[in-house]
Design a binder for this molecule. Structure first.
Ligand code: NAD
Length: 409
């Protein structure tokens, strides 16, 4: 099933539960604006290549569009559109005054030199500049984009408008208007919710073995936070290989290994079992954290998931069919629109700090993030319980209420 079909199924299920006004549903199913650009880039060898890029602005009823920019060879419009609509829901779930957007460029950034990547980024900004801005649409990092790329965007946009407008993007390095704590925000926000749920369900952290699918920005950081709190890392994977060890994996060693640019296919340790493809998702554990890409748990492997909790740190990693199977099997799914909302929440903090030119310390960021995440979790849980629904449906119910209010007003 395509990602966009997944979005439609999730919307439809929650709309029925929420008894959503049909006009509102119609509006929420369509993005307000779709921009497609073709970016010419002079390559290092003197040749020219044209890259396709997108920016989708889904809904601005609650505030400026907000959402990351993804660089990936498989990016397409349907994917960006799906991710943009999830951003609208996500911002409403955590109650921050932002709408939803998303961007992407069809490129494998590993094939480009740094200079080519910078020229591509700046070219993309020149083409989307008319529709972005601190009060209009504020991009951020996503898969394969980082603080440095955000600095290029802020710099190029500031040149175009002729003034310093670093508030046009979030996720900037701290020295260039970024917020402390943004790097770890997605992981920390996720950890806050997972740990609250653990306490609610009466488990000890030490009883929780976990598998981390995807060991990038979000996944590796969350693995570290979990291990520091007493959870036991037994499995991890990257795009090349899964590794599993029932006695436990050393998170610091794995982080250092990945930071060296290597991949798990080359990870040599006689105690570790190597697992190809998505096999790691079916290994013994209490918590399965999905921190890679979309459509990872589907009807083909959902029956084999051993975890009691599936945690969606990635966007859209569980298909609707798999959602139903997991629900029937009593597996709790913490949905993406709540689970990874810490990133956009601290992005919102960055926007506030840029606007006031007043910067917060790490403790302030953590305290404010914790408050927002715990309130969001409590609200989602309450709505889910009231309707005997899943947490995903509970999250959509919260979001629909807030979006309906904003659109009515
Ligand atoms: P990243 O590029 O830093 O890391 C992605 C990781 O997934 C890498 O380790 C990669 O090797 C691995 N991976 C890719 N394909 C895989 C596969 N088929 N099997 C196993 N591993 C695979 O990206 P990230 O920023 O950590 O984002 C990961 C997910 O989290 C994405 O879905 C993204 O949209 C979501 N997310 C990230 C943020 C953020 O602030 N970084 C915020 C919200 C949501």
């Amino acid at each position: 099933m395509s990602l966009f079909k997944n979005v439609l199924v999730q919307f439809e299920k929650a709309a029925v539960l929420a008894d959503l006004d049909p006009d509102l549903k119609m509006v929420l199913l369509e993005p307000e604006r779709i921009v497609t650009v073709k970016v010419p880039v002079k390559m290092d060898n003197g040749g020219l290549r044209i890259f396709e890029g997108f920016r989708v602005q889904h809904n601005s009823a609650r505030g400026p569009y907000k959402g990351g920019i993804r660089y990936h060879q498989d990016v397409d419009m349907a994917e960006v559109r799906s991710l943009a609509s999830w951003m609208t829901i996500k911002c409403a779930v955590v109650g921050i005054p932002l709408g939803g957007g998303k961007g992407g460029i069809v490129v494998d950034p590993k094939e480009l030199s740094k200079g080519e990547l910078e020229r591509l980024t700046r070219g993309y900004v020149r083409l989307i500049a008319p529709v972005i801005g601190p009060e209009m649409d504020v991009p951020a990092p996503d898969v394969n984009t980082d603080g440095e790329i955000m600095s290029w965007i802020a710099d190029e946009y500031s040149k175009i408008v002729g003034r310093d407008e670093k508030g046009v993007v979030t996720g900037k390095p701290v020295g260039q208007g970024g917020s402390v704590g943004r790097d770890e925000a997605t992981a920390r926000g996720g950890f806050i919710i997972l740990d609250e749920m653990r306490k609610d369900e009466g488990f000890k952290a030490e009883e929780m073995r976990f598998v981390m699918q995807g060991f990038g920005n979000a996944g590796a950081t969350m693995a570290k936070l979990m291990v520091d709190a007493g959870y036991k890392l037994v499995g991890a994977s990257d795009s090349r290989m899964g590794i599993y060890c029932a006695e436990g994996l050393d998170v610091d060693e794995l982080m250092a290994f990945k930071a060296s640019g290597d991949n798990f296919a080359n990870y040599d340790n006689p105690r570790v079992e190597k697992i190809e493809g998505r096999g790691i998702l079916e290994k013994e554990c209490e918590v399965l954290v999905l921190a890679a890409l979309e459509n990872q748990v589907d009807s083909g492997n959902a029956h084999g998931v051993k975890a009691k909790i599936v945690f969606e740190l990635a966007n859209g990693p569980t298909t609707p069919d798999a959602d139903d199977i997991l629900k029937d099997r009593g597996v709790r799914v913490i949905p993406d629109v709540l689970a990874n909302a810490g990133g956009v929440t601290v992005s919102y903090f960055e926007m506030l700090q840029n606007k006031d030119d007043n910067y917060w310390n790490e403790q302030e960021v953590r305290d404010k993030l914790t408050k927002i995440m715990l309130e969001a979790y409590a609200g989602v849980r309450k709505h889910a319980e009231k309707h005997s629904a899943t947490l995903r449906e509970g999250a959509y119910l919260v979001a629909f209420e807030r979006l309906a209010e904003a659109m009515d007003l």
